[in-house]
Design a protein around this ligand. Structure first.
Ligand SMILES: [Zn+2]
Length: 206
């Protein structure tokens, strides 16, 4: 967003200063469920060699669950203390959590045949992307090296605040969605695969 500001000089003449106001673009990279999912789809697309468009819903479910898994601490905080911030960004936002959950998710097919065989590395990258995005794109720290460090989000966030943030704060994911879409587009262009419609469907559905 630009603006023209009139500056009056000592001699009394005026010049127009067309310096552009710098908009803090971080407001469009606030990691929320939609943004985490978009980043996960980009990671999945780069990681997967084959065209997975035939398994659209399976892929989407898999990515949504794993990329948003660390925020289960918000749900636990709401149920136990009525405060979504109580445990938020604690142990579930750590390297160890990403590693252990990736191991469980990639071996889930051994217990339940309906769970697809998924690469442990891909599971790890999807969960880790959430922790990294939270840690790098916001000022509130995560507990990356838990149990060596433990952080949590300050303040109170009840059911209403959490639901409002997820439903009506989605515009703040715009930057992440655009960047993820560009990554998928370029990846498909380079690897000569058709452009997927997952993101466009997601955006339309908002
Ligand atoms: Zn989080």
């Amino acid at each position: 967003m630009g603006s023209g500001t009139v500056i009056v000089t000592e001699e009394g003449s005026s010049i127009t200063d067309f310096r552009f106001e710098i908009v803090d673009l971080r407001i469009f990279f606030m990691p929320l469920p939609l943004g985490h999912t978009a980043a996960g789809l980009a990671i999945h697309d780069v990681y997967s060699k084959s065209n997975t468009s035939g398994h659209l819903w399976k892929t989407l479910t898999f990515v949504v669950v794993l990329t948003n898994l660390p925020d289960i601490d918000v749900f636990i905080g709401l149920v136990v203390h009525g405060n979504g911030n109580f445990f938020h960004r604690g142990p579930t936002h750590s390297f160890l959590f990403a590693l252990s959950m990736a191991f469980i998710a990639s071996n889930g097919w051994r217990c339940w045949s309906k769970i697809p065989k998924i690469s442990g590395l891909l599971c790890f990258l999807l969960i880790l992307s959430h922790v990294m995005a939270d840690g790098l794109l916001t000022t509130s720290p995560v507990s990356f090296w838990w149990p060596l460090e433990l952080n949590s989000t300050v303040g109170h966030s009840g059911w209403r605040e959490v639901i409002e943030s997820v439903l009506f704060g989605a515009f703040r994911d715009l930057g992440t969605i655009v960047v993820s879409g560009v990554v998928i587009f370029l990846n498909r262009l380079i690897s000569h695969r058709p452009i997927p419609v997952i993101l466009s469907r997601l955006v339309k559905g908002r």
